[in-house]
Design a protein around this ligand. Structure first.
Ligand SMILES: NC(=O)c1ccc[n+]([C@@H]2O[C@H](COP(=O)([O-])OP(=O)(O)OC[C@H]3O[C@@H](n4cnc5c(N)ncnc54)[C@H](OP(=O)(O)O)[C@@H]3O)[C@@H](O)[C@H]2O)c1
Length: 248
């Protein structure tokens, strides 16, 4: 699957799933833009991309609208176009309705998991229309099946993201732009709630009795971003090792 001469922005590519997606696109010859807040981790991922193709590295906080606009501006300055956007950056916060954590978690998680996706999508839209490119949102099976009440904020915002994916696909389709989502089940990354350093990730049940690697999520993203998926828009691809079957 060659992405030679394609310009790809991957948010949250300093770690985990985003890093794997950025490295996979680089391997296929794309001009990748990697972005996150942590300089050290960004540099590490840049080194891995460089083996194949040098990335553009932009340090940015996606909760800041000006930073989002800078990502788009710098990408256009360097490459003159944008073909693919992967909205991957995301956080988890656990919360409860019987203390004051729910509203705090909602404000924090909504900023990055939903508002930043909308702002990023909005900012790239004219450029993606110009290339008839495509957008992929990294959602979660939590948007369809709640694991536990502590994950309500995370799950409801992923459910909203799924609606946003459909709405964007519906609106941008007439310009030849495809918009899809990938919903992973548990993936082996370091994601954990910022507020709780003691947090021990639960063991999530799966039919296949395994978790996906970040690279496996990258494989599905590359497929959806490629010409092989020309007929696919508004879809939400589940990669969960059968987690939803066990949970339902
Ligand atoms: N891991 C799983 O089991 C799993 C399952 C289903 C869905 N997902 C989804 O997959 C996506 C990636 O998760 P992951 O497991 O790879 O998480 P991760 O390893 O914690 O990586 C999260 C990425 O998001 C970036 N990020 C967070 N806040 C940011 C901000 N304010 N501004 C800019 N970048 C920010 C981080 O960069 P910096 O820290 O450098 O800013 C990092 O690159 C998320 O949307 C998550 O909801 C994960």
């Amino acid at each position: 699957m060659s992405f030679k001469s394609k310009v790809v922005i991957v948010t949250g590519s300093s770690a985990g799933i985003g890093a794997a997606i950025a490295i996979a696109f680089s391997r296929e010859g794309a001009d990748v833009v990697i972005t996150g807040r942590n300089r050290e981790r960004l540099e590490k991922v840049a080194e891995e991309c460089k083996v194949h193709q040098s990335p553009l590295v932009i340090r940015a906080d996606l909760t800041n609208d000006r930073d989002v606009e800078e990502i788009v501006k710098k990408t256009i300055e360097k490459h003159g176009k944008i073909d693919i956007l992967v909205n991957n950056a995301g956080i988890v916060q656990l919360s409860s309705l019987v203390d004051d954590t729910f509203i705090k978690a909602f404000d924090q998680v909504a900023q990055i998991n939903l508002r930043a996706v909308i702002k990023m999508t909005n900012s790239v839209t004219p450029h993606i229309i110009a290339t008839k490119g495509n957008i992929i949102n990294i959602s979660s099976v939590s948007g369809r099946q709640l694991y536990a009440y502590q994950y309500t904020v995370y799950g409801m915002l992923k459910a909203s993201l799924d609606y946003f994916t459909q709405g964007a696909a519906l609106e941008l389709g007439k310009y030849g732009v495809r918009v899809n989502a990938v919903s992973p089940g548990p993936v082996e990354t370091d994601i954990k709630p910022d507020s709780n350093p003691e947090y021990k990730r639960p063991t999530f049940p799966t039919v296949l009795q395994r978790y996906s690697t970040a690279e496996e999520i990258g494989d599905v993203v590359l497929f959806l971003a490629s010409d092989k998926a020309n007929g696919i828009t508004g879809s939400n691809y589940t990669v969960d090792n059968g987690y939803l079957l066990v949970k339902s």
